[in-house]
Ligand binder design. Structure first.
Ligand SMILES: *Cc1c(COP(=O)(O)O)cnc(C)c1O
Length: 377
């Protein structure tokens, strides 16, 4: 096959599809000159709360700030523990530490998500919340996590940054726990033209607190009930996201179809058992924010693909408990062997709705070529 270049993600293809609607939305905001919160943000919030079936959807400045606001609303602070996974993007744990609370890490299961048994075992009197991450677009095993949390009276925050449109037992990510946090970072499954995020909840008191905290704790200007921050969603981002929203279901279907096709092609290529493909446990709809394979030869596979023009990424090379900034927490290598193994062996392949048949075949050929080579070593 002739040499191709397959990017890890290519946002220009999606933009070509939505360009007229998005530009119209941007011009509308420019013509109105109303940039902070307002009608655009409210309409987007209403569309999202209807889509997810939650009482409140609150547009915020980023996914990281969504997590921070969720924890601020639950009054997490010094002396508190917040249980979360050792294998996620940094923001999940950063939000906990920024508030002076202690991240309590637990190991992952085979789906790279929180191991429910480990969550139950980590709950103490000091546990203020649990943050379950739906990594790569697959929901964590929420039923046993929620059961352990409910038994202890601890609220559950979902980090659904990678999981918009994912479901667990028919329910959407973002309405499985007490508070849901979404990111609309440009490369997420629904991406803004900059930073943006969303917090969801069914609890009216929490919704009210989160809205207050979003605007420096003031409902009436210059009268501050709480110490919050500037966590507002821009009208421009809301308008762009709202214009893209009607496409999301089709994009999600297409990601799933592309993922299933990757898996079929890999299986047909006689891929060696040394490379494991992603799995979709029953009752969970995976939205494939990433299509992640794993192999002991990860770094060699990555170099082999790069030499053939296939861009890949490692999410994430260092598990959270081994991050330099968390050294004071006292964790060390060997504490969470499955998270450490995931950090060492996983590789994300190019994945987006617009990925072509040719590109997929080229990627699969390149991986299969490596896999037969390393099987004979
Ligand atoms: C992207 C992401 C975030 C942070 O979202 P931003 O919008 O980039 O701040 C948090 N958690 C996870 C799992 C993410 O993938």
């Amino acid at each position: 096959m002739e040499h191709m270049r397959v990017p890890l993600v290519d946002l220009t293809r999606q933009y070509a599809q939505v360009r007229p609607e998005v530009l119209e939305a941007i011009v509308r905001v420019c013509d109105r000159q109303q940039f902070i919160l307002g009608a655009e943000v409210e309409q987007f919030e209403q569309a999202l709360s209807a889509r997810l079936g939650v009482n409140a959807a609150i547009g915020v400045s980023s996914g990281s700030d969504a997590l921070l606001l969720a924890l601020m609303a639950l009054e997490a602070g010094p002396g508190d523990e917040v249980i979360t996974t050792a294998f996620s993007f940094f923001a999940t744990a950063g939000a906990i530490a920024r508030l002076g609370a202690r991240p309590v890490f637990v190991d992952v299961d085979d789906s790279y998500n929180l191991d429910p048994a480990a969550v139950g075992a980590a709950i103490t009197r000091r546990t203020r919340a649990i943050i379950a991450v739906h990594l790569f677009g697959l929901c964590a095993d929420m039923d046993p996590i929620l059961a352990a949390a409910r038994a202890a009276g601890v609220p559950v925050i979902e980090d659904a940054a990678q999981a918009i449109d994912a479901t667990y037992a028919g329910r959407p990510a973002g309405r499985l726990g007490d508070i849901g946090c979404f990111s609309f970072f440009p490369s997420k499954n629904l991406g803004a033209f900059g930073d943006a995020g969303l917090v969801t909840t069914d609890d009216p008191a929490l919704a009210r607190r989160i809205r207050l905290l979003r605007t420096h704790g003031a409902e009436t200007k210059y009268h501050h009930q709480l110490v919050g921050g500037n966590f507002r969603l821009d009208a421009l981002q809301a308008a762009v996201l709202h214009a893209k929203l009607p496409y999301l279901s089709a994009w999600t279907s297409r990601r799933r179809e592309r993922a299933q096709r990757y898996t079929r092609l890999f299986e047909a290529s006689g891929l060696s058992s040394a490379i494991a493909l992603p799995v979709e446990p029953c009752r969970r709809r995976h939205v494939y924010h990433q299509y992640v394979v794993r192999t002991d030869q990860r770094d060699a596979l990555r170099a082999h693909l790069a030499a053939r023009g296939v861009e890949t990424a490692v999410y994430y090379p260092v598990p959270l408990h081994l991050q330099e900034c968390f050294a004071p927490l006292g964790y060390g290598p060997g504490d969470f062997p499955r998270a450490e193994d995931a950090a060492r062996t996983t590789l994300a392949l190019p994945m987006y709705p617009e990925l072509t048949d040719n590109e997929q075949e080229y990627v699969v050929d390149a991986v299969a070529h490596f896999s037969t080579e390393c099987a004979t070593l």
